[in-house]
Design a protein around this ligand. Structure first.
Ligand code: ATP
Ligand code: MG
Length: 553
């Protein structure tokens, strides 16, 4: 039986609500992205939480596009968001758009005006901001605060009908200009914006502000538990004020700490800059912390879900080490990927006493999770890694050095006899002899060797391009450093190796497939691959090399 995990604070609230029959024990959550960029790993946290809670408590989770800001939103983002959520393994119960509620939200505003709880202010946003006061000082009333309900209704309608320029007037909630919470000092709830909207077109030139649209959309959908990140904690009284004034469904807001990861940035605004200013190639560049970037890099959805589960739900901001995500990635890939051989920095090995031809070895694909074998051709000339040979090796070097023996993975034991060098003294060939009686699976040599190395038959090798990725930033928290965050970009976050050797079994590898290059790391096939050339992205190395490197300094 699985170990019983303790409940997080939101689960505690939900279980209490269910026990007390609040909303008839119904659980309805929503994931409300603004379609102004691609989703990042922080959003994955919110997705796992909202969809996860609905699943756990037999409830429902809506996908709601919070598309109330016409100028930054695009259909491309809507499509990418849907793709990412599905890829993460979740299904929404309804697909909604806040813009579908524009009529309802407009009518809510009219209701507020009719109640004397909202008024039109003719001043500019700057003038309004200047009279907000501060934490230590009350704000001052607008000269338009006393406008009659009739006038407010008429002018608000005119605003909707396009009679005024952008910024000429706004609608404000009439709360309290001396309220200790500045957000409740008569917040703006509607502004004029003559802009084309990706769904409503030119129907509207009046758009609701986030605080007004968001909470009201929750109520319209009868969301029971509206979960958002901590920075909205001060918005909660306003969220409740609107619900109370309008007498609509009492959705409740709960805040949790956002996911922050080291060595990256996680705001769509910043990520957009990286794309637009060419620091990365696209939103799905494998260096990006976007879900699409991680997918392209080869991170499995299971690893991302596992990270979110491991991190848990906190009430205080914290920073998660990127190596924890990489650990989750390795842990999953170790179980599911087939092992293959790739030689990234080749030198030729010649087996001087090998005269057979057409030898093929059956090598097991995955020792962790058995998944059959594949045929790997063998021959007299092989590519091996340059650093698997050393002419003058230290004592504990268990690979190839004159007199030493190693096993060629899945094939024979070979003994190193020497090497051939060019005029500059570079090793151009490593010479070995093999022991026919040491054939893998039928080894009667009685020998044990300490090292096993990978190899690829020269005559059968395919070539591929490898893109080695590293962390996008050189510092743990680029956003908190002095100056522009882009100054801290790691210039070595992408290193392209134009031509490496891979075994012929990879001829049919398809974009998205992930492999373990034995002794090298996890690599996945990139969508840039063509019939003539496979491109591999390094997903993650076999071990965490950064931990050591940072200590070295
Ligand atoms: P960003 O600041 O990156 O642009 P956002 O909060 O403006 O993010 P939205 O599209 O409004 O992006 O977010 C959709 C949902 O995802 C919201 O409920 C938000 O609270 C949540 N979310 C965004 N970033 C994180 C994060 N780092 N950790 C957890 N949840 C997040
Ligand atoms: Mg937002």
């Amino acid at each position: 039986m699985a170990e019983e995990k303790s409940l997080n604070f939101i689960e505690e609230i939900i279980e209490k609500d269910i026990a007390e029959g609040v909303n008839g024990g119904r659980v309805q959550t929503r994931f409300p992205p603004e379609p102004n960029g691609y989703l990042h790993i922080g959003h994955a946290k919110s997705i796992c939480l909202n969809f996860g809670l609905a699943k756990k408590y037999n409830g429902k989770c809506n996908l709601r596009f919070d598309d109330t800001n016409p100028t930054t939103e695009e259909t491309e983002y809507v499509e990418s968001i849907k793709k990412d959520i599905e890829w993460l393994g979740f299904k929404w119960d309804n697909e909604f758009y806040a813009s579908d509620y524009f009529d309802k939200i407009y009518n809510f505003a009219v209701t507020l005006i009719e109640k004397g709880a909202a008024y039109v202010d003719d001043r500019t946003p700057e003038e309004i901001a200047a009279t907000k006061g501060s934490t230590f000082q009350a704000g001052s009333d607008s000269p338009f605060r006393g406008r009659s309900i009739e006038d407010n209704l008429r002018i608000f309608e005119e605003m909707r009908d396009g009679k005024y320029e952008d910024g000429a007037k706004v609608l404000r909630a009439k709360i309290d200009m001396a309220h200790p919470n500045l957000l409740l000092r008569d917040p703006v709830i509607y502004r004029i914006k003559h802009a084309h909207h990706h769904r409503t077109g030119d129907k509207w030139c009046l758009y609701p502000m986030y605080d007004f649209a968001h909470g009201e959309s929750d109520s319209i959908e009868e969301i029971t538990h509206s979960i958002c990140t901590l920075e909205f904690i001060h918005h909660r009284p306003l969220y409740n004020w609107f619900i109370e004034q309008l007498g609509i469904f009492p959705s409740k807001q709960y805040e949790f700490a956002r996911l922050n990861l080291t060595y990256t940035v996680m705001s769509k605004r910043k990520l957009l800059k990286l794309v637009n200013e060419g620091y990365v190639t696209s939103w799905d560049d494998p260096r990006m912390p976007t879900i699409s970037g991680m997918r392209r890099r080869g991170y499995p959805p299971e690893a991302i879900r596992n990270l979110c589960e491991t991190v848990g739900i906190a009430k205080r901001e914290n920073m998660i080490d990127l190596s924890l995500l990489e650990f989750c990635v390795r842990e999953h890939l170790n179980k599911v990927t087939d092992r293959v051989m790739a030689v990234l920095d080749p030198v030729k090995m010649i087996i001087t006493n090998y005269e057979e031809s057409g030898d093929v070895f059956e090598i097991e694909n995955n020792p962790e999770t058995p998944n059959g074998t594949r045929s790997v051709p063998f021959s007299k000339e092989l590519w091996i890694e340059r650093d698997d040979f050393m002419e003058d090796a230290p004592k504990k070097f268990f690979r190839l050095t004159p007199g030493n023996m190693v096993r060629l993975k899945g094939a024979y034991i070979v003994k190193c006899e020497g090497c051939k060098k060019d005029e500059q003294g570079n090793v151009i060939e490593v010479h070995c002899t093999y022991l026919p009686e040491s054939k893998s699976g039928n080894d009667i040599s009685g020998l044990t060797v300490k090292g096993t190395i990978h190899w690829i038959s020269v005559a059968h090798a395919l070539t591929a391009e490898v893109r080695n990725y590293d962390r996008l930033f050189k510092v743990e928290d680029p956003s908190s450093e002095e100056g522009d965050f882009k100054e801290y970009i790691n210039p070595d976050a992408l290193q392209v190796v134009p031509s490496v050797y891979i075994e012929p079994s990879l001829a049919k590898a398809k974009p998205g497939e992930c492999y373990q290059f034995m002794r090298k790391g996890y690599y996945c096939v990139d969508k840039d691959s063509t019939a003539g050339k496979i491109v591999f992205n390094r997903t993650v190395g076999l071990k965490d090399t950064w931990a050591k490197e940072t200590k070295k300094g």
